[in-house]
Structures are given as C-alpha cells and as structure tokens.
Ligand binder design. Structure first.
Ligand SMILES: Nc1ncnc2c1ncn2[C@@H]1O[C@H](COP(=O)(O)OP(=O)(O)O)[C@@H](O)[C@H]1O
Ligand SMILES: O=P(O)(O)OC[C@H]1O[C@H](OP(=O)(O)OP(=O)(O)O)[C@H](O)[C@@H]1O
Length: 193
C-alpha cells in the first residue's frame, strides 16, 4: 500500500486556508482534514478544531501527543499524531500549518506538498474584518506578521503549489484539485463554504 501525502496549507492570516481545506475535503474522495488542538475557545464559524486550556496543551505536549506544534498569535497549536495515522492507509491529509514548522515537517514526512495561498493586503484586511473573529488590534498584528524565509529552508523534493486566492473560492479549489489530483474528474460544486 502506498502511503498518503501530507499536504500543508500555509499563508497569511485571512488568506483562506481553512476555507480551502474545508472545501477540498468536501469534494476530494481521498483527502482528509486534520483536527488541530488550539488554546482558543472552540468556534463553530471557522475550522473544526479542539479547543483546550494552556494546562491541557502543556500536558499533551509533555506526553508526546503532537507530531507538530508551534506558537503564534498568542496561541498554542498542535497537530495530534493520531490525526496523521491514516497516511499509512494511503489517505492524503490536509493540514493548516505555520510556515515556521514546514522545515521540521518536511524532515518528518517523506511525501509532503505545500499549498501556499496568497492574496493582496487589501483582500486580507477585508476578509479578516469580515470574519469578525479578532479585534481590530489583533487584526493589525496578524496583517503585520510576515514569514518569507520558509521556501529557502525546504528540501528540493517538496512540491509547492502557489495559488492566488484573491478571486472566487470555487476557482481556487478547482485549480488546486486539478494540481493535487490530476486524474480526478472536474466537479461542479455545491458544497458549503
Ligand atoms: N476566495 C474567497 N473569496 C471570498 N471570501 C473568502 C475566500 N476565501 C476565504 N474567504 C473568507 O475570508 C475569511 C478568512 O478565511 P479563512 O479560511 O478563515 O482564512 P485563514 O484560515 O487563512 O485565516 C473567511 O470569512 C472566509 O469565508
Ligand atoms: O507562522 P505563520 O505561517 O504566520 O502562521 C501562524 C499561524 O497562523 C495560522 O493560524 P490560524 O489558522 O489560527 O490563524 P488564521 O486563521 O488567522 O490564519 C497558522 O495555522 C498558524 O497557526
């Protein structure tokens, strides 16, 4: 049995990572989303994650539960190793990662690809405001966070799909699906955002 790929979705806050992940998982038969652990109260509006306290996060980290973990936006994020187990059954997994952990991830997983989403600063600002999850101050901090070094640190075998998500989500997902699953049939989507 061939192992599945770990497909990391990265990009600035508000670019559409969670939206793209949700939509790709809804239309892709061999794609599974990862449920991250985050020290943020659970929120039905955005991604499906497990919200935990700082204490619980630390305990799970100490127990070795996380395959990857990082800190950003004043929050702790973890990818439970159990969420990645399906890779050994040939399933591809999609996961929203910090650009700061891509190098470590590429060392841990032999078959990794990266979806790098981009959008103009004006688009990002409008989307974060529209999402309404953060305060104006927090949005300002998210917009000023940059991380452009990650590409240089990745081994050559990691395939990078760079896609602008300034246009419609449908177009982005169609484009990505063709790149990730070239043999799949085109779809007419009717999945929710
Ligand atoms: N292509 C798109 N067109 C319009 N709105 C979008 C698009 N992609 C995402 N959005 C919206 O932008 C906001 C931020 O998207 P989200 O997926 O939460 O981004 P991220 O996970 O990168 O922070 C959400 O309100 C989402 O519905
Ligand atoms: O190091 P960076 O590449 O800048 O990424 C920092 C964090 O931003 C995203 O988190 P999250 O999904 O909570 O935030 P977002 O929805 O605002 O992007 C991403 O998953 C990382 O956890």
């Amino acid at each position: 049995m061939t192992w599945g790929r770990i497909i990391a979705v990265v990009g600035p806050s508000g670019v559409g990572k969670d939206s793209v992940i949700r939509r790709l998982c809804a239309v892709g038969s061999n794609l599974q989303c990862v449920r991250r652990v985050i020290t943020r109260p659970s929120d039905a509006e955005s991604e499906d994650f497990e919200g935990v306290s700082d204490e619980e996060f630390s305990a799970r980290l100490a127990a070795g539960d996380f395959a990857l973990h990082w800190r950003a936006h004043g929050l702790n994020y973890g990818v439970p190793a159990t969420e990645l187990a399906v890779i050994s059954q040939g399933v591809d997994i999609l996961v929203n990662l910090s650009r700061a952990v891509l190098h470590d991830a590429a060392e841990s997983f032999s078959d990794m690809e990266v979806i790098s989403l981009t959008a103009s600063p004006a688009t990002l600002a409008a989307r974060l405001k529209g999402r309404g999850r953060e305060t104006a101050e927090d949005i300002g901090r998210r917009l000023s966070r940059s991380n452009d070094d990650w590409k240089r640190t990745l081994p050559d075998h990691v395939l990078i799909h760079e896609i602008a998500n300034d246009g419609s989500l449908d177009d982005t997902v169609r484009h990505l699906r063709a790149r990730l699953c070239p043999s799949s049939r085109p779809f007419t989507h009717d999945a929710p955002n």
